[in-house]
Design a protein. Sequence first.
Length: 137
Amino acid sequence: MKAQAMARDNYTKGLFAKFSQRDMRSQAYKNLSALAKVAIFELELHYWESGRSNPIEITQRWLAELICCNPKTAGKVITSLEGYKFLEVERIGKMKGPLRARAAIYRLTWHPDNEGQPPTHDYRQWTPPIPPSTRGK
């Protein structure tokens, strides 16, 4: 009982990130690039450090600083995380207007959202597309 309490304290005090082995063994996670996997853990840290805020605002520049790459590469990482259903768009970013309104808002699908909805784990149902058949050509 004491070990469970200590583990819970370590978890809530920020010594652990929450991303299950089942999720890391999913086909979607296996198909991610190394930078996209790093981005997942940076987003995980941001989730816990921001008071469990979900959805969050993500810009290419902000993510590029987190994962140490250029903004265009960060854009590709965001697109990849969207494609494999780790991120779901809540609001599309804008090209003009106040800086605050330019960021896109994404929901992390492995965490509950601010309204109390449970995580959807959409990436667990992701399957690779079936290539077109070359028979009969």
